[in-house]
Design a protein. Sequence first.
Length: 160
Amino acid sequence: MAAGLLAGTAVGAGGSHSAVAAPQPYPAIASAAANQRAQQVARLVNAERVRHGCRRVAVNAKLTAAAQEHADDMATRGYYQHATPDGKDPGSRLTSAGYRWKRWGENIGKGSRDPRAVMAAWMRSGAHRSNILNCAFKEIGVGVSMRSNGPWWTQDFAAR
């Protein structure tokens, strides 16, 4: 039986977001910074899981690709949902990335400036926290888009 869990309440810094785009770093710099942030989120997830009696999740390249694609897509097309505007849900995105899942969960966030802030917000939210602390999940992928009106965050959890 396949299962999926969503958690997508807006998390992050309060206040308004300007419609004026901030200058963006060169793409290679942005990618390196986003990759470092994604790795830090995965480390923070594992610290929380161990603290609460779960095993660590392994970072999976296919889940990471799906999470990054979703974070970038939300930023590019300006939506904040688990399903894309054309109806592609997290399970179908994981399948498209070549990940054969039995269960999945997804957290999205927008506006939290760094990994500690987005993790703190997710841990304060029951639905997000339940994905992070779901001991049935074995793998994770994290995507971060540093584009304007963000950052945009996606965590994809899954088990085969």
